[in-house]
Design a protein around this ligand. Structure first.
Ligand SMILES: [Zn+2]
Length: 85
């Protein structure tokens, strides 16, 4: 599955705290970084929508991989990117 393999490629590691979540990959989220290009869809939704790996990979390239607490911290700090219309 594309999402799982993208997390594996990142060694299941959170970009911010460096924590490794190999045993709990669901706690890792692809967080869109402002300025990295238009957000076309949530990376996690791309898998369930049946998007191809290349399409998901291109979207994930605009993101950092974050654990849920670091994701929450960035989101609460206002770092959010809306899906482009
Ligand atoms: Zn973290």
């Amino acid at each position: 599955m594309a999402i799982a393999s993208l997390k594996a490629e990142a060694d299941f590691q959170c970009t911010d705290c460096g924590g490794v979540f190999e045993s709990e990959p669901r706690r890792l989220h692809f967080h869109h970084v402002p300025g990295q290009g238009p957000k076309l869809f949530n990376v996690s939704a791309g898998g369930s929508r049946g998007y191809g790996k290349q399409r998901i990979r291109a979207e994930a390239a605009k993101c950092v991989l974050l654990c849920d607490s670091c994701h929450c911290r960035r989101t609460m700090a206002g770092e959010t990117v809306a899906v482009a219309a």
